[in-house]
Structures are given as structure tokens and as C-alpha cells.
Design a protein around this ligand. Structure first.
Ligand SMILES: [Zn+2]
Length: 132
């Protein structure tokens, strides 16, 4: 099968997210054999997928067709930056928020994250800090 899991990260609310062909899927539950069912992040969409225990291989799609457009590369990149920022906030307790954001953003200039996107990343940090 050509379709594969393109990315894995944790959402801001600590749910596991995988990306398949630019669609985001959220973890639903783990089955008895340790395979994991994910459903499309769009709640109005009926697509779901069963993946291997390490979440790298797709076992089976349950309705592969989506009723909505794919996430843009920028949206996916922002999701991943937020996830990375959240992890850093929890590890690096002493760095200033601005420093954490810069060190997270710097390696990925191709993601086209704009200055205006920083406020949503900062919101995500405040949310993480308040739940620490
Ligand atoms: Zn969908």
C-alpha cells in the first residue's frame, strides 16, 4: 500500500495526532491486539483508520473518502510547531517564552509561518503553562 502515516505528533490537548495524505486523524482507542483506531480530526467526517501499535503503518481504512478539503501545509506545520513548543515548555522550565518560540521556529523556514502566527503559538504556550 502506498498510503502511509506522514507525521505523528501530540495535539495541544495531549491527544495523539497522525497525518495521512494531509488529513489529520485523532486517536480514538487502542484495540485488544494493540492496534490503534484513529478518526478524522474533522468531526463531521466519517473517515477512520486502523494503524499498527507503533502508529507507523496503516492496517485498514474504514471509509477512506473525506467530505472536506485537506489541511494546508501551513496548518499542519503550525500544529507541529505548537506540539514542539509544548514539549519544550514542559522540559525547559527556565527559558523565556520568546526564546522557546524562536528556537522552535528557526529550523523550519519553509513552513511559511508568519509573524502573525506567533500569537496563536503564544496562546498555545500560555495554555500549556497554565496546565503545567
Ligand atoms: Zn476527513
Amino acid at each position: 500500500m502506498d498510503t502511509k502515516v506522514d507525521a505523528k505528533f501530540d495535539s495541544i490537548r495531549n491527544n495523539e495526532v497522525i497525518v495521512i495524505e494531509k488529513y489529520k486523524f485523532c486517536k480514538l482507542y487502542v484495540l485488544k491486539d494493540d492496534t490503534v483506531r484513529f478518526r478524522c480530526a474533522n468531526k463531521k467526517c466519517g473517515s477512520s483508520v486502523l494503524v499498527s501499535p507503533n502508529k507507523s503503518n496503516i492496517i485498514k481504512f474504514n471509509n477512506k473518502s473525506h467530505n472536506h478539503p485537506v489541511s494546508t501545509p501551513k496548518t499542519l506545520a503550525l500544529n507541529q510547531v505548537k506540539s514542539a513548543v509544548k514539549i519544550k515548555v514542559n522540559i525547559d522550565l527556565n527559558s523565556k517564552p520568546g526564546k522557546i518560540i524562536r528556537s522552535t521556529l528557526l529550523p523550519k523556514p519553509e513552513d511559511e509561518i508568519m509573524y502573525s502566527d506567533l500569537s496563536s503559538i503564544r496562546q498555545c504556550m500560555i495554555y500549556t503553562l497554565s496546565n503545567r
